[in-house]
Design a protein around this ligand. Sequence first.
Ligand SMILES: NC(=O)c1ccc[n+]([C@@H]2O[C@H](COP(=O)([O-])OP(=O)(O)OC[C@H]3O[C@@H](n4cnc5c(N)ncnc54)[C@H](O)[C@@H]3O)[C@@H](O)[C@H]2O)c1
Length: 301
Amino acid sequence: MRIFFTGGSGKAGRHVAPHLAEQGHHVTNADLVPLRHPAVADLRVDLTDAGETYSALAGLATFDELDLPEKPTYDAVVHFAAVPAILLTSDAATYATNVLSTYNVLEAATRLGVRKIVFASSETTYGVCFAQGERRPLYLPVDEDHPTVPEDAYAMSKVAGEVTARSFQARTGADVYGLRINNVIEPDEYGELFPPFLTDPSLRRRNLFAYIDVRDLGQMVQRCLEVDGLGYEVFNVANADMSVAATTQELQHRFYDGVEVRREMDRNETFYAIDKARDLLGFEPRHSWRQVLSDPGGRNG
Ligand SMILES: NC(=O)c1ccc[n+]([C@@H]2O[C@H](COP(=O)([O-])OP(=O)(O)OC[C@H]3O[C@@H](n4cnc5c(N)ncnc54)[C@H](O)[C@@H]3O)[C@@H](O)[C@H]2O)c1
């Protein structure tokens, strides 16, 4: 596939865009800054500018494409570009950047006839992550039916992105899949980040104790590109286990007393349900902190 990948220079994109290129796809990275990866074409685009976005998505990706008999078109868009949290800039700028860039990408892709769009939404849409004070989920495990009524500007921008995506999908019937991505972890982050998580699970309360290895996020995007015909869908994206050493039942007892539990859960199973991605896409996370670090309580399982 010829893929227009936005935000490919960022924390997640710099792994996922090259991963897609390794699978044999032609990947163009549309970002404010270049990735400079030999297998990925860079295009400097400000996606908050509708004209720039449309022009980039309609245009060539590399000089080599000049030698093709006809100008190629994109088969898929993967939209990752964003301000990825609160407190990086003002709330107003976070919201404006994310909502405008997502609208521009979706409109251009829709008008240019792209039939597969995968976009980054977020775990924060469930309202727990960036809530003032403590907010608990309404039920466990948190699946895609859980209400998305967040209080913060970043998560609001992601809810708005989902609503916009659903509406563009209604125009064309194309496949538009939104990824409610949990906290992204790069392979070299386990050694530094995880030891404190393992001894103090409360550090992970705002992420529902979950995480997603960026390599498994790459697999998820790949599965989204491979599975056609689902129309508009959103998917939780997390690893199968917790980012802490305590068991699921211990965490439930300590942090979620009184919260409805809708089904039995395995001892290390994530509270951030990935059943839908497993069922509809065949997603199966392969990476875990348990392959890298030893569990201080000896409770690996
Ligand atoms: N990192 C996480 O833990 C996490 C969790 C959930 C969801 N997400 C979402 O996943 C996506 C990727 O996150 P990330 O951590 O890689 O973020 P990042 O900030 O590392 O990367 C985002 C990229 O988008 C680019 N960008 C920003 N504004 C742009 C614009 N106007 N035009 C073009 N490019 C622009 C940036 O230059 C950057 O390279 C985002 O949509 C984010 O909201 C991330």
